[in-house]
Design a protein around this ligand. Structure first.
Ligand code: AGP
Length: 634
């Protein structure tokens, strides 16, 4: 969640760190801070300076203008609070009792309570409410001990102290550490939370995510779990958890569009909604080209033999990615005939143990760094590896927008949704990309398992090819309509979204989008559930948004919508224009399409509706309160 950026080299570090943090602010923005070490020629040691501020990075930047700090070595942090309120005291970096060691951390130290108690027994007074502060304090004690034994104050001593302290920590984290008495050393470590090293010209970097580095260098090396690195102006030394020196070559990061530009849009979210036709077109060109040898084949990086083996699928994801997975599960079961279950990643650890060897486990994550999803996938791999049956193989697939992510590195097979970098915290184009990945998988399974006729498969493929153009028209139309009606919902406190069958996940996604950016309470229900409880909430103050697409559940959804209207709810339809749509007080009309592909279209008005309400309320659409784009804590 939080963002870490560090640099050591020959340039003034504070402006470089601010630049790096700016590209990491999507990870957390409730407070920010940095620490630098200024080397003094008169004194072989350096001097440590820190600056912290509550709120967005701009506050830290303003503070630095007023009170600049110098030094060629520094670490910075943008915070998403886990332990302790977002305030200056809890903002990183945290210092040790001597005020000479500074640490930034991303993640959670799970045993921090026990470690705090033992520090307090040693007379160390903790200043913040964070789990992080114990790290510099422990390093401080360790260094005191080492210096007492005659070790020299230098980078190697800092490295050894950090290595020692890491053995005491439980949790998922990455850290960066500096010490004023080692002004030519930056020590970093990773335990299941991302950290990438960057190799510049006479300078070296660390960051929580590759885009933060690309302004400085494209030569990168992701740290592996439990690795520690010592960065000096002369180079990088890498060690495994046992202290053995590791030698791995960095690679050249090839991503092209890591500098996000809002263009003429007011917010990234709106720009990203408008980019969806392009996402769909790119996906079709790449995976479903009309000139492919067999017109209905999907050019996915998954072998035919793997598809043939699989008779069950389980999908693990969180939030919007889980909604895409639910659309996928509907398609895989109903169209391709493969039994599919979807799990909340955070609940997966309570799922029944594996019984079938022919199961494909799919992890879906746009960022590829969601801790809940990664932990669930790792747990599944571990428990399957324990099964002593040579026929019991493990098949896994990742669906992500980030080929440089932990998910992509850890999965055997990966589908790149190729949506391009998404900056808005509310996922839009990546949701479309994830759904499209599932359409591709569905076509693949349906044709390989011969569950559908060639005609049906061809029809679905052809319908998909029409989607980009339909999206262009829909976005234009509903951008204008949502903008026009947004003011009517500014005072609204609750909204109910109804959908059924393949559009039930879209009702969930519509409600999630509205909650996330407009702070209006919203709930998505299967339309048939309305009468089993939620209907008690309805009156003229609770709008109901109903997704009604001609197909197997059309009549039923219309009846459920009537039930809401009869309770005075303002009824908004996402449906094709026609005589049946007359029941709606407002209509977000969509073209008459096959129910199979309808989720790709019905989600569009819901994204724009949420966007315009939030924008009308003057809210921070791209960085809504309490959220972060990449959720790297469990
Ligand atoms: C989407 O709008 C949300 N910000 C959130 O639910 C997100 O989908 C979830 O945290 C999962 O993220 P991931 O796709 O990066 O794993």
């Amino acid at each position: 969640m939080c963002g870490i950026f560090g640099v050591i080299g020959s340039r003034e570090s504070s402006s470089l760190i601010l630049d790096g943090l700016r590209r990491l602010e999507y990870r957390g923005y409730d407070s920010a801070g940095l620490a630098t070490i200024q080397y003094s020629r008169n004194n072989q040691f350096g001097e440590l300076f820190t600056r912290k501020s509550k709120g967005k990075l701009i506050n830290l930047s303003n503070l630095l203008q007023k009170k600049p700090i110098q030094g060629h070595l520094g670490i910075g942090h943008t915070r998403w609070a886990t332990h302790g309120k977002p305030n200056e005291t809890n903002a990183h970096p945290h210092l040790d009792f001597s005020g000479q060691i500074a640490v930034v951390q991303n993640g959670i130290i799970e045993n921090y309570r026990d470690l705090s108690k033992s520090l307090q027994l040693k007379g160390i007074k903790l200043i913040s409410e964070t789990d992080t502060e114990i790290i510099p304090q422990l390093i401080g004690l360790e260094i005191e001990n080492m210096l007492g034994k005659g070790l020299l104050a230098n980078g190697k001593t800092l490295l050894s102290a950090v290595q020692k302290v890491l053995t005491l920590l439980d949790g998922t984290y990455s850290i960066a550490v500096i010490w004023s008495k080692a002004p030519d050393a930056l020590v970093v470590a990773r335990s299941q939370a991302p950290l990438v090293l960057g190799f510049g010209e006479g300078e070296f970097f660390c960051a929580s995510d590759t885009p933060a580095l690309v302004g400085f260098t494209r030569t990168v090396l992701p740290l592996e779990d439990n690795e520690v690195a010592l960065l000096t102006p002369l180079g990088i030394e890498l060690y495994d958890e046992n202290g053995n020196r590791q030698r791995r070559a960095p690679s050249l990061f090839k991503g092209t569009e890591l500098f996000a530009d809002k263009k003429s849009f007011r917010h990234f979210m709106l720009k990203e909604i408008y980019e969806q036709p392009e996402t769909a077109q790119l996906w079709i060109d790449r995976y479903l080209p009309s000139d492919s040898p067999s017109e209905n084949s999907v050019a996915f990086p998954i072998t035919k033999s793997l598809v043939e083996k699989i008779d069950q699928i389980q999908i693990i994801a969180c939030g919007t990615s889980r909604h895409a997975a639910m659309v996928g599960a509907y398609l895989l079961e109903q169209f391709a005939g493969v039994r599919t279950n979807v799990y909340f990643a955070s609940e997966f650890r309570y799922s029944p143990p594996p019984v079938s060897s022919n199961t494909l486990t799919i992890g879906v994550s746009q960022s590829g760094e969601t801790a809940d999803t990664l932990a669930a996938l790792r747990m599944e791999k571990e428990r399957r590896d324990l099964i002593e049956d040579s026929n019991f193989s493990f098949h896994q697939l990742g669906i992500t927008n980030r080929l440089d992510s932990s998910l992509a590195r850890e999965m055997d097979n990966v589908i790149d949704i190729g949506s391009g970098i998404e900056i808005g915290v509310a996922a839009t184009k990546t949701f479309l990309g994830q759904m499209l990945a599932f359409y591709g998988l569905t076509l693949l399974f349906a044709s390989n398992k011969q569950k559908r006729s060639t005609k049906e498969i061809l029809e679905l493929s052809n319908d998909l090819r029409l989607v980009p153009k339909q999206l262009v028209d829909l976005i234009k139309k509903h951008d204008a309509l949502s903008k026009e009606i947004a003011h009517m919902f500014v005072e609204t406190k609750d909204v109910i979204f109804l959908g059924r069958g393949i559009n039930y996940p879209i009702a969930l996604e519509g409600a999630l989008k509205l909650k996330e950016i407009s702070y209006i309470h919203a709930q998505g229900y299967p339309a048939g559930e309305l009468k089993h409880g939620p209907i008690a909430l309805l009156d003229q103050h609770v709008p109901v948004i109903s997704i009604a697409v001609p197909g197997v559940v059309y009549e039923k959804v219309l009846s459920n919508s009537q039930e809401a209207k009869a309770r005075d709810a303002r009824l908004i339809g996402v449906a094709p224009n026609g005589s049946e749509s007359a029941i709606f007080d407002e209509l977000f009309s969509i073209p008459k399409v096959s129910e199979w592909i309808s989720p790709l279209l019905t989600v569009i008005p819901l994204q724009l509706f949420s966007y315009h309400i939030a924008a009308h309320k003057g809210l921070d659409v791209d960085q809504p309160r309490n959220l972060a784009k990449s959720v790297t804590v469990e």
